[in-house]
Design a protein around this ligand. Structure first.
Ligand code: C5P
Length: 325
């Protein structure tokens, strides 16, 4: 039986602007998303039964329908019953490196890897845009996690325009181990506090005037690193930082550590900072670590990556197939 191991990249938001409400209950966004090489490994193995099994080495990751990776497999099983009958179910083993509920799209990246991997395992022959369309029904970040790289994301976050590759940036990330922020909470709280400034769905002029992502997109096109650092923006900081002063303190510590720029990623609570090189990133990490001497603070150093999902290994086990039961 075939098996695949895939690497699923985390993302950071270089830019996140909330434009208004959408008729589907979500928010209309303008975001610049960037993959980083902090990645989970997802092992997929065909099993003889027609079930979906999820295993994960992280206690906060549920092995059931609450897991987006499970839901991705379930979606394909429902869409392609013939493939399920032919190839059997799948075991999904998730080896977590990306922190959970951290604003880094870890769950979405896992779901993206399951879609890409099961397409191979079941020989479905789906195109990237077909996989992204399926992924969009699971979560707003899944389409980007399939493609990866650098992209402008509009709509719910699922309409993607690729941007030039931004190789060479290093990034330091920090997160309090026991702190997580619900994405739904962050957007709901934003709506409660700021919906009076939202543009109506049909008011295109208001939406055009409101949109400020242009300079960031321009800076990316010019690969102007210091400008990219200065233009980092995230509207969700307005709701998260007042409620979580430790995240604000972390952001201030990064600011004082000589970085190109620093920002909370997505709905938080991870804070990232951009650096010119892995060496500079390591120096920043040490400075922030000594400024905030908390045993609960985890750090990572990563590089910008131009891939979303990458096949890590592929095995064709020629032993007798596991019998169907
Ligand atoms: O799409 P996803 O499941 O990641 O979204 C989680 C929650 O974040 C949604 O239920 C919604 O409350 C909020 N959200 C939003 N607008 C978006 C994306 C997410 O309001 N564009």
């Amino acid at each position: 039986m075939r098996s695949y191991s895939l690497l699923a990249s985390a993302k950071i938001n270089l830019y996140l602007e909330i434009i208004g409400d959408r008729p589907d209950g979500y928010h209309e966004l303008a975001m610049v998303l960037q993959s980083i090489d902090l990645a989970d490994r997802i092992d997929l193995r065909a099993i003889g039964t027609d079930t979906i099994r999820v295993r994960c080495d992280h206690p906060q990751v549920p092995p059931d329908k609450n897991n987006l990776a499970y839901r991705a497999a379930d979606l394909l099983a429902k869409q392609f019953p013939d493939a399920l009958a032919k190839y059997g179910g799948v075991e999904i083993a998730i080896h977590k490196q990306i922190p959970v509920a951290a604003g880094l799209a870890g769950g979405s990246a896992n779901a993206a890897a399951v879609l890409v991997g099961m397409d191979l395992l079941w020989q479905l022959g789906l195109t990237q845009s077909e996989l992204q369309e399926l992924g969009g029904t699971l979560g707003s970040d899944v389409p980007f996690c399939i493609a990866g790289g650098t992209a402008l994301a509009t709509g719910r976050g699922d309409k993607l325009s690729p941007l030039p590759d931004l190789g060479g940036f290093s990034v330091v990330l920090a997160k309090y181990r026991n702190l997580s922020i619900s994405t739904a909470w962050a957007y709901q709280t934003y709506r409660q506090q700021f919906s009076s400034s939202y543009c109506a769905a049909e008011d295109l002029e208001c939406r055009r005037e409101r949109l400020h992502s242009g300079p960031m997109v321009g800076a990316i096109a010019q690969k102007d690193r210091s400008k990219i650092g200065q233009l980092l923006h995230n509207d969700l900081e307005k709701v998260a930082l007042p409620v979580y002063p430790q995240v604000l303190q972390l952001r201030e510590a990064f600011e004082s550590a000589g970085v190109l720029g620093t920002m909370m990623s997505g709905s938080g609570p991870t804070v990232f900072a951009l650096a010119e090189s892995p060496e500079q990133a390591q120096q920043v990490l040490e400075r922030v670590k000594s400024a905030i001497a908390s045993p609960d603070l985890d750090f990572w150093v990563a590089q910008f990556s131009n891939t979303g999902i990458r096949i890590f290994s592929e095995e064709n086990d020629l032993k007798a197939p596991i019998p169907r039961v």
